[in-house]
Design a protein around this ligand. Sequence first.
Ligand code: ADP
Ligand code: ADP
Length: 225
Amino acid sequence: PELVTLHDISKVFANGVTALAGFDLSIRAGEFVSLLGPSGCGKSTVLRLVAGLAAPTAGQVTWPGSTNADHRSEIGFVFQEATLMPWADVASNVWLPLQLRGVSRRDARERIAESLALVGLEDFAKAYPRELSGGMRMRVSIARALSIRPRLLLMDEPFAALDEIARFRLNDDLLRLQSELGCTIVFVTHSVYESAYLSSRIAVMSRRPGRIVAEIPGEPPGPRP
Ligand code: ADP
Ligand code: ADP
């Protein structure tokens, strides 16, 4: 079933830049879709539209299976920089999305621990972001996004700032996480390698103004043999 559909979207910013024009994309439940395209083609803008952080200038974002009220609360977002609160320990960072939904620290305890275990950081709940490597900080960001058990995980070039080894590890971990949690992932990248390795479908975008120019089937979902 279709989770979210973007139909004939255009996005023109206040400064006159047209980021997207005639953009069409449909995301089905359980997919791992990579949005692949050159810098500035509008990939981040697409994620922001899906997350409801920005509105299209024209066109529609529709959620066939859910009411408007529930889909926003089911989205996890991972940004390129691990935007952690430096003054708070790892567990508090992972708690944040739950806290914003009114879940007490006590009620969140188990979920925080499970989320950290999913990314292999169960022993680092009391550590502070500055004590962790770049790869570990990104894992905390992923645990934070997963703490609400999102139906849809949006990832905006999450591993771009990491060295290759950390990237390879996280790529494999992400495939394992998806098969364990069964969530849908939209993954923005300009890496052909990453999109080919990770995705069950690659959506290729044109230069700005961005639109989908090709869709390429990738690997079936699940961890690589
Ligand atoms: P990508 O993620 O593919 O690099 P973005 O979606 O970030 O591309 O940006 C697409 C285009 O829109 C770029 O030219 C960018 O400079 C421009 N842009 C993005 N956000 C804004 C904004 N808030 N105001 C004006 N222009 C913007
Ligand atoms: P980066 O590539 O940014 O350095 P990694 O995730 O590859 O990040 O981790 C770098 C180092 O951090 C590892 O060599 C290891 O010593 C330590 N580390 C990472 N994850 C764990 C973990 N789950 N438990 C213990 N140490 C870890």
